[in-house]
Design a binder for this molecule. Sequence first.
Ligand code: ADP
Length: 404
Amino acid sequence: MSASRVLVLNSGSSSVKYQLLDMTDRSRLAVGLVERIGEETSRLKHSPLATGGAARETTGPIADHEAALKAVAGELAKDGLGLDSPELAAIGHRVVHGGQLFTEPTVVDDAVLAEIERLVPVAPLHNPANLTGLRTARALRPDLPQVAVFDTAFHTTMPESAARYAIDVRTADEHRIRRYGFHGTSHAYVSRATAALLGREPEDVNVIVLHLGNGASASAVRGGRCVDTSMGLTPLEGLVMGTRSGDLDPAVIFHLMRVGGMSADEVDTLLNKRSGLIGLCGDNDMREIRRRIDEGDERARLAFDIYIHRLRKYIGAYYAVLGRVDAVAFTAGVGENAAPVREAAVAGLESLGLAVDGGLNAVRSDAARLISPAGSAVAVAVVPTDEELEIADQTYALVGTGNA
Ligand code: ADP
C-alpha cells in the first residue's frame, strides 16, 4: 500500500498545532495542540478522530519543541498512527515568510533551511518557531520528506506595481523591503473554494477575499492569481485587526519615538499588540464588541465603525484593482461568524452590484454559502477557510506516492 498520510504542523513560538490527514479521502485522523511549551503548565490536547475516542488532555512541563513533537508522536502511536508508520508520506509545515524565492511548496533540505533562516530579520516573530518545528521533525524522521508551505507564496504573483513600496529602490532592495503578504494559504484555498461555489473554474473568476480573523487581510485574486493583498513587509499593514493597527501614516512612528520618547521595540509592541480593536476599545473579540454595542457602549461602537470603514476602503480599492468582480468572500473567525460585519461591509454598495440578503446572512452554517440576493451582479459568500487541508493538499501533491 502506498503512503497516503500527511502530518500538518504549525509551529508557533510556544505552541504546536497539528493534524494528521488521510489523503485518500482527505479525512482527518487526528488533530491536536501543544500549548505553553517551555512552561511548567504545558498542555497537550489530542483528539483521535479516526478511532472516535474521546479527546485526551495532559498537563505538565514540556521543555521544548523536540519534547512537544515526541509527545505528539506518542499520542499518535497510541492510536496506531505513529510517526514511524510506513503510511506517513510527508510532514507539511506552515512557514510564515518565504520571501521572494519560495513561490511554491518546497521539500526542505539544508539550503532551504538556510534561506528560511536568512528571512528571520523580516519575520522575527514567526520564522524562528517555524524553523524549530522543521528541524525537530527532520531530526525525528530524517528519511521523510518535510515540505514547507509558505504563507507568502500565493502572493508572489503580485505585479511589481503592487508589491513595491514607493521608496528609494536601492535601499528597498538592500533590505529586501517589499510587500510580501501573508495568510496566502487561506487566500488560495478560499479563492478556489469560492469559484467552486459559483460552479466555475478559478481561472474564470475574480474574487476579493476578506480573511478576517484576529489577524486580518484582504486580497484581490484575478483568475486564480493574487494581484494585490493588504499585508505587506510584515502582517502589520492593511486592515484594522484584533491587536494590530493596520495602515497608518509612517510618520506616527517617528513622532512616537521623537516626541513620545518610545523605543523602536516599544512602538513595535504598541502597533502589533496594543492597537487595532483592543487598542480602540479594550476588546479584540468581535463577539464581545457586538455585545457591548448592543448595550450602548460608545467605545465599542467607534472601534467597530473604524474596523468597518477600513474594510470598505479595501473592498473599494480591490474592486478598482480587479475591474470586474465576480465574488466577495468572507472567511476566518470574524468573516465566517459575524453577520453584522458582513452586512456593514457592503451596506449601500448596490451600485457596485454588492448586497447581502438579511435572511441568508443570519443563517449559521459551517458550509460555504452565498449570502447575496438571487440575481446579484456580484456574489457575496461565506467560505470557511481550511489552511491545514490546503497545506496537506499542497504537500501531498508534491510528494504523494499515491499519485504514482
Ligand atoms: P486567528 O487569526 O487567531 O486564526 P480566527 O480566524 O480563529 O483567528 O478568528 C478569531 C476571531 O474570530 C476572534 O478573535 C473573534 O473576534 C472572532 N469570532 C470567533 N467566533 C465568532 C463569533 N461567533 N462571532 C463573532 N466573531 C467571532
